[in-house]
Design a protein around this ligand. Structure first.
Ligand code: MG
Ligand code: MG
Length: 278
């Protein structure tokens, strides 16, 4: 069943989402060489729980061990935070964050460059982010879920990138994963009708090589089958009469909610060790 949400329900999802948006902004300062993915997990959890009683949505869900999923280089999604995985100059890292607040979920992911990265990595991140923007622009009442996937495909088309098809976006609301599924491929005008009130996590995952993936022996980490680099950008988006409403930006929540909650407080500066050697 596909749920339709009221504006005030969407506002609460946006409140949860604004915490992710602010956390993503903080990553700009602490995603750097020398920091382990376990460090990122810890500071992310601290940041989430100090905001309005929010909780990290992934932890424990389906048995997920971390508060956030952190996937490095050829890892596509579901990377498990580890003290042994220390980011190095030239890595790219995808951090996927879910927040639950007042019974509502929000979900967003971003891929970051660690120090100086290759042109190939920069181009991959750029096309993935552009494909998300195109997919969001297609998320208009009266269109169909297939228009979203078609927008991803037309952005990527011909550039030699792989679109991961085995992993898809999804509805978001009282559950992290609801109907409908939102594939990153499709035909315009096909699939479920997009209607005002729908809330969707739209999340293109691309590789610099094959679209095929496999799961590592840890049972979680999904990598590209050819170990090519992968990038992942995701926003939770509401379908409204005024067009797509991105719910997972720092400023997504109504100003009154921010003022009441003090969600602007809190910073991660100094929360993680400086990289060795400066
Ligand atoms: Mg996600
Ligand atoms: Mg998602």
């Amino acid at each position: 069943m596909i749920h339709l949400r009221t504006q005030s329900e969407m506002d609460t999802i946006a409140h949860a989402g604004s915490i992710i948006g602010r956390l993503h902004a903080e990553y700009a300062t602490f995603v750097k060489p020398g920091v382990s993915t376990a460090d990122h997990d810890r500071v992310s959890e601290d940041f989430i729980v100090e905001h309005d009683g929010a909780i990290p949505a992934f932890k424990g869900l389906y048995g997920v061990p971390g508060s956030v999923c952190i996937s490095v280089n050829e890892e596509v999604v579901h990377g498990i935070p580890s003290v042994h995985r220390v980011l190095e100059d030239g890595d790219i890292v995808s951090i996927d964050v879910g927040v639950k607040l007042d019974g509502w979920y929000s979900d967003s992911a971003w891929t970051f460059a660690v120090g100086e990265v290759s042109e190939e990595a920069t181009a991959l991140m750029d096309v993935t982010e552009r494909s998300l923007t195109a997919a969001i622009d297609a998320s208009v009442s009266g269109k169909h879920v297939g228009d979203i996937g078609a927008a991803v495909m037309s952005t990527v088309n011909g550039d030699g990138y792989g679109i991961i098809r085995e992993l898809v976006g999804h509805g978001v609301g009282r559950e992290l994963h609801e109907e409908p599924q939102v594939p990153n491929y499709g035909r315009a005008g096909h699939g479920p009708l997009l209607r005002e009130g729908m809330v969707l996590a739209i999340e293109p995952m691309l590789s610099a090589g094959t679209p095929r993936i496999k799961t590592l022996e840890d049972g979680w980490t999904v990598i590209t089958a050819d170990r090519s680099l992968s990038a992942h950008f995701e926003h939770t988006v509401g379908i409204t009469k005024d067009g797509p409403r991105v719910l997972t930006r720092a400023d997504s929540a109504p100003a009154a909610m921010d003022a009441a909650s003090g969600v602007a407080g809190g910073t991660l500066e100094g929360a993680v060790p400086a990289p060795e050697g400066g």
